[in-house]
Design a protein around this ligand. Structure first.
Ligand code: ADP
Length: 550
């Protein structure tokens, strides 16, 4: 017998319709791409313009399931495209402009993008890309007529349109279509450190379930009283779903576009009364350094989500102790829409000591309902959740991929003894009896010494707590006796000095003796991926001729 409940599909267009109807006068603020001035409007305005844009997309020939690509920063126009494209049944494909042009060419070709929207400061990139993008039939510069890129720099870009003209040519008499909630809505490619980039194709249903879950108090804790500034780009797993979750709750949104330097961010936080933000550790490093130099404080910020790579313990302390901002350490991946775990306390931790609470915050927290986890050893045997056994983390749930776009890379899933399918995350973790997950390493970055594993993340966390260290990476180097030994690669803070001996001494008492790095190498900078993570693959290549001392 079926329940007698309305069978209403979960559609992305319902989010913006809801935000218009119930939070119509709540603001969406953007520091604009064009000249950094502030653009201010409301969810009601955004909804009207998204409807006009949906009509414009249809006029450009975009049909159900067609891929609509963006090369764009976080802005109100990007927000409108999110809703116009997915809401009308097309698929929004957000592309990371920091990728190499050949990678973008590959991704856009694989996705068969039909229209490409771009921010005008990326026009030179699009100029270079256009000959590679065979499937793209129309280009849209995300600006008004007066600020269209000069024709001299766009002569290569065929069928170029002006965003504001497209919007002006339409009216907002439009009803969002209804269709199956399992319809594809958004496409994001993983950065593909091995093999070709692979597309995670989210559905309307998965996006809505993820949006609900993200708002929960023990997830990102979002409400209509919040002012959210997503520092994480809208091309990095949909800014971790914030453009959807904010519409769902009616939170005010603040978009920084490409202005991610410490000064711009701090000014925007203060001017707009931002209560909550989210980003990868590298951006926070920039902001915190600037604030320290300028002796600034936050007056409204209550919380920051740090995810994408391990939040250094020293950064968690700085936010909480010097600035009174609660850190939410989060873990996820492109294949998981992306949220998997968030670190918040349980009632029993109220009695824990300050140091115990900090130790807990170095973990990435507990799963959000909807994500199920297990850890397995190399023989696929399930390991206990005792906080000690570590193995490969596998996940399942309604916002986790069951394959990649066009079957790229084959079937990624593994089956357990009962026949249930799991997605292997490639992360090596422990899970404690309270469910808190600790990431030890990416499986491909794990250091194996004398048959035992050494966590590169733990070693990096100690190094970045040293006052003279800006950034640190630990990689394994071949060793004749121990198989591999860790070495520490360090970028010093500007104007600071520290020696190899000082750094190694700093480790004493903080780690097991046999974890001690064999050497310290000082470098001017470390390589990063297009999403701002340390690229250990590149670092290992750069260090391929390195020899251990002795
Ligand atoms: P990519 O940037 O490679 O496309 P993702 O953005 O999906 O991939 O990255 C997912 C990976 O990032 C995770 O599998 C994990 O290794 C790492 N990661 C994400 N958050 C954290 C965290 N809080 N601590 C440690 N590692 C993390």
């Amino acid at each position: 017998m079926l329940g007698l409940m309305m069978d209403q599909p979960l559609l992305i267009s319902d989010l913006i319709r809801h935000a218009d109807r119930h939070h119509g006068d709540t603001e969406i603020v953007t520091k604009t791409v064009e000249d950094g001035t502030i653009h201010r409007y409301t969810y009601r305005d955004a909804h009207r313009r998204a409807k006009r844009l949906a009509k414009a997309l249809a006029a450009l020939g975009v049909r159900m399931n067609d891929r609509v690509a963006t090369l764009a920063w976080n802005s109100y126009r990007h927000f409108e495209i999110y809703y116009a494209a997915a809401g009308s049944g097309a698929v929004i494909h957000t592309i990371n402009p920091r990728l190499f042009p050949e990678q973008i060419g590959y991704i856009a070709g694989h996705a068969e993008d039909t229209v490409l929207f771009f921010d005008i400061n990326l026009a030179p990139l699009v100029e270079k890309l256009a000959p590679l993008l065979k499937s793209v039939k129309a280009y849209v510069a995300m600006t008004g007529r007066a600020t269209m890129p000069a024709s001299s720099s766009t002569s290569n870009i065929p069928n170029l349109h002006c965003y504001e003209e497209l919007i002006e040519a339409q009216d907002d008499k439009f009803e969002w279509p209804s269709f199956d909630e399992k319809t594809a809505a958004c496409l994001c490619y993983t950065s593909g450190t091995t093999g070709n980039p692979k597309g995670a194709l989210y559905s309307h249903r998965s996006t809505l379930l993820h949006a609900y879950a993200a708002c929960l108090p023990d997830a990102l804790n979002l409400s209509a009283r919040d002012v959210i500034l997503p520092v994480v780009p809208m091309f990095h797993v949909n800014a971790w779903g914030l453009p959807y979750s904010c519409a769902l709750t009616g939170a005010k949104l603040v978009f920084p576009a490409q202005h991610l330097d410490g000064k711009s961010l701090h000014t925007l936080f203060e001017q707009e009364g931002v209560t909550m933000s989210a980003g990868v550790p590298t951006v926070w490093l920039g902001l915190l350094n600037y604030m320290k130099e300028q002796k600034l404080k936050f007056s409204t910020l209550k919380g920051v989500v740090i995810g994408g790579s391990a939040a250094p313990p020293a950064m968690i302390r700085t936010f909480q102790e010097e600035y009174g901002v609660q850190v939410l350490h989060a873990w996820g991946m492109t294949e998981m829409s992306p949220l998997g775990t968030v670190c918040t306390f349980k009632a029993k931790h109220a009695k824990a000591s300050k140091e115990e609470r900090y130790a807990l915050q170095n973990k990435v927290g507990r799963v959000i309902f909807g994500v199920d986890t297990r850890i397995v050893d190399e023989n696929d045997k399930e390991l206990p959740h005792d906080g000690k056994a570590f193995g490969d983390l596998q996940v399942r749930g309604p916002w986790i991929v069951n394959g990649y776009f066009k079957g790229e890379g084959g079937d990624p899933l593994k089956k357990d003894a009962a026949g249930a399918s799991w997605f292997p995350t490639g992360d090596v973790v422990t899970i404690d009896p309270d469910g808190y997950v600790q990431i030890t390493d990416r499986s491909k970055d794990v250091i194996k010494s004398g048959g035992e594993w050494i966590s590169s993340i733990d070693l990096e966390n100690v190094a970045v707590a040293h006052p003279a260290v800006q950034e640190a990476a630990v990689i394994g180097i071949r060793h004749p006796k121990w198989d591999e030994r860790p070495i520490l690669v360090v970028v010093k803070k500007a104007g600071q000095e520290v020696s190899k001996a000082d750094l190694l001494k700093f480790y004493e008492g903080k780690i097991a003796k046999w974890w001690m790095p064999e050497d310290v190498v000082f470098v001017a900078e470390l390589p990063h991926t297009a999403t701002g993570k340390l690229s250990k693959l590149t670092l290992r290549q750069q260090m391929k001729d390195y020899k251990l001392p002795g």
